[in-house]
Ligand binder design. Structure first.
Ligand SMILES: Nc1ncnc2c1ncn2[C@@H]1O[C@H](COP(=O)(O)OP(=O)(O)O)[C@@H](O)[C@H]1O
Ligand SMILES: [Mg+2]
Length: 309
């Protein structure tokens, strides 16, 4: 990926990989670019770009404002859950970020997060209230879900008897792990139990809030870290990228409900016969991008009552 400054017009998506004078761009994730400033080694800058990945391949096209939606939704939930666990993020206001060049404030506003650097716990804390995705696939094959026995006869998108924790590794390819393996990766029983309890409480509160707005939270993934030995919530929180949100009135057991994310892009890619899901990605038509952008803005409005644009 190029490191030259990206040209930005209001309607274009933001592909990221900005060069910021005085800052070191040290990581390019699928969505976020991470920067560090030599004067603040304990903090980092997370910039949520408008990049879009599907089937683990980053597309050539961007979805304008997607990074802003992800940041806006994360901020909304972080404020809701702040009494349950401290967060690593410090501020999303460019004016409060030390050493950030002023001419970049407008470009980065809404997509930037100044956060304390945590020692990441390399477990993806996945919670599920409904059967979908890899959860459905495992149940269909084994009748179980990770360590959990389940009643027979559940269908795709069935509600689970209770919210279940189905951890995976945080790695290139996320692998399902047992509770014992999760405890080992987390490091001790006390912290593992704390993460489990906090994640469940956050999930249950958010699911209730979302349900009041006509949306079901089918599942989500949290990431935790440690700062000075204390557990903190890191990364994005209950965004459509890390969660499955379904319109409550369109959930029919046995079917796949329409989710508020990049499903439109995935469906388009699935319809192509000659793409083997490795780079280079195919071209995504403009109307698919527009529909995807609308979907992200829609869930943002429903959940937070606001829009980042
Ligand atoms: N406060 C934090 N401390 C350390 N790592 C973090 C923090 N917040 C987020 N991260 C990590 O930063 C990366 C964010 O970039 P992203 O594009 O989401 O990457 P990925 O493709 O790995 O999901 C993730 O690897 C996430 O685990
Ligand atoms: Mg991520």
């Amino acid at each position: 990926m190029s490191t030259s400054p990206t040209s930005i017009t209001p309607d274009a998506g933001f592909a990221g990989c900005l060069s910021i004078p005085g800052w070191d761009h040290f990581y390019t994730g699928k969505v976020r670019d991470l920067y560090q400033h030599p004067s603040h080694p304990d903090h980092m800058l997370m910039i949520a770009t408008d990049r879009l990945s599907a089937f683990d391949v980053v597309m050539k096209e961007t979805v304008p404002d997607r990074g802003r939606v992800l940041t806006h939704i994360t901020e909304y939930w972080l404020e809701q859950v702040s009494d349950l666990i401290p967060a690593a993020r410090v501020t999303i206001d460019p004016a409060e970020i030390p050493n950030l060049p002023e001419d970049l404030h407008d470009i980065l506003r809404g997509r930037i997060t100044w956060t304390r650097r945590a020692e990441r716990v390399n477990v993806e804390v996945v919670l599920r209230a409904f059967l979908a995705g890899s959860g459905w696939r495992e149940y269909e094959a084994t009748g179980r879900l990770w360590d959990h026995a389940l009643p027979a006869g559940l269908q795709k998108s069935s509600q689970l008897p209770e919210v279940l924790h189905t951890p995976t590794t945080k790695a290139e390819k996320d692998e399902p792990i047992t509770w014992e393996q999760a405890v080992e990766l987390i490091g001790c029983d006390t912290d593992a139990n704390l993460i489990h309890d906090v994640a469940l409480r956050i999930f249950n509160g958010a699911a209730k809030t979302a349900a009041e707005k006509g949306v079901l939270l089918a599942d989500t993934k949290f990431e935790f870290g440690r700062i000075d030995g204390q557990l903190v919530l890191i990364d994005e929180v209950m965004t459509p990228d890390s969660s499955r949100y379904w319109p409550a009135n369109q959930v029919v057991e046995g079917n796949e409900p329409p989710s508020f994310d990049k499903e439109i892009v995935r469906a388009y890619l699935r319809s192509l016969e000659d793409w083997d899901r490795t780079p280079p990605p195919p071209t995504i038509p403009a109307d698919i991008i527009t529909q995807t952008r609308d979907r992200y803005l829609e869930i943002c409005q429903i959940l937070t009552g606001g829009s980042p644009v």
